[in-house]
Design a protein around this ligand. Structure first.
Ligand SMILES: C[S@@+](CC[C@H](N)C(=O)[O-])C[C@H]1O[C@@H](n2cnc3c(N)ncnc32)[C@H](O)[C@@H]1O
Length: 239
């Protein structure tokens, strides 16, 4: 679910008036040219090394925690990110005030989020939709993850559980490939999650909006479009 070129344009437009000094939550290379100056902040050195080879004076990446940022108050004119809140869903009550702190007065946050549908789908709904021609393994995984998140009180669960659930539902992958027409290597990509130790959160828009509204006065979702499940990938806009 990497951001598409139109996603990047949308974020660029949303911060157009505030793009002088931009903070990115994460090191998403697709956004690397946004902002007159850009600082990427991520908690994993490997991500920075892998995704940020283009560092220069105006495009640097820093190792650090979004919940306790190594920046002075009001330093940035805008904050961007892609799926950042999915990775930090357990910490939103700290992340939103911290984002507000480092934003200058009038600054804007524009982060693409992955928001579960309301009401949530069930795993049963999703399995039944396997017969539809536009079903694909990536969307299927995303919908399953959102259905699993809906069962948790704070919408967060270890990503490894998604792979374990998949195995229990589809022990015969050859049969699944035949039924869906999906490529076997695409199905098997879920196995990479088995060794993952991090959790993910897929709250619905209403919950995310309520959390953000505890800190920000303008809380809006800008729609994404042009790819499957775009309606679940809006850009959260905060001021
Ligand atoms: C799943 S990865 C993001 C994947 C990325 N969007 C991509 O396209 O490859 C999640 C990233 O979020 C970062 N992250 C999660 N919580 C964080 C926090 N509290 N502070 C800093 N970085 C955090 C992790 O370090 C990790 O690099």
């Amino acid at each position: 679910m990497l951001p598409s070129p139109p996603d990047v344009d949308r974020v660029n437009r949303l911060i157009a008036e505030n793009n002088q000094n931009v903070l990115m939550l994460g090191a998403t290379p697709q956004y690397a040219r946004l902002g007159e100056r850009l600082t990427a902040l991520d908690g994993t050195a490997k991500m920075i090394d892998e995704y940020w080879p283009q560092a220069d004076e105006n495009r640097r990446a820093i190792l650090g925690d979004w919940l306790s940022m190594p920046f002075s108050d009001g330093k940035f004119t805008a904050i961007i990110g892609d799926g950042s809140l999915t990775s930090a869903a357990n910490g939103l009550s700290k992340l939103f005030p911290e984002a507000r702190r480092v934003l200058a007065p009038g600054g804007v946050l524009a982060v693409r989020c992955f928001c579960a549908p309301e009401p949530p789908e069930t795993i049963k709904d999703i399995i039944e939709s396997l017969a539809t021609p536009d079903a694909n393994p990536l969307c299927f995984r995303m919908r399953m993850a959102m259905a699993m998140a809906a069962l948790q009180p704070n919408y967060v669960f270890p990503i490894r559980d998604l792979a374990l659930m998949f195995d229990s539902l589809f022990p015969d992958r050859k049969a699944l490939a035949e039924k869906t027409g999906w490529r076997r290597d695409e199905i098997d990509r879920i196995d990479s999650m088995k060794s993952a130790t991090y959790s993910v959160g897929f709250p619905p828009r209403s919950w995310l909006g309520e959390m953000a509204a505890q800190t920000f006065t303008r809380v809006e979702f800008a729609e994404s479009e042009g790819y499957p499940l775009a309606e679940l990938c809006p850009i959260l806009v905060l001021e």
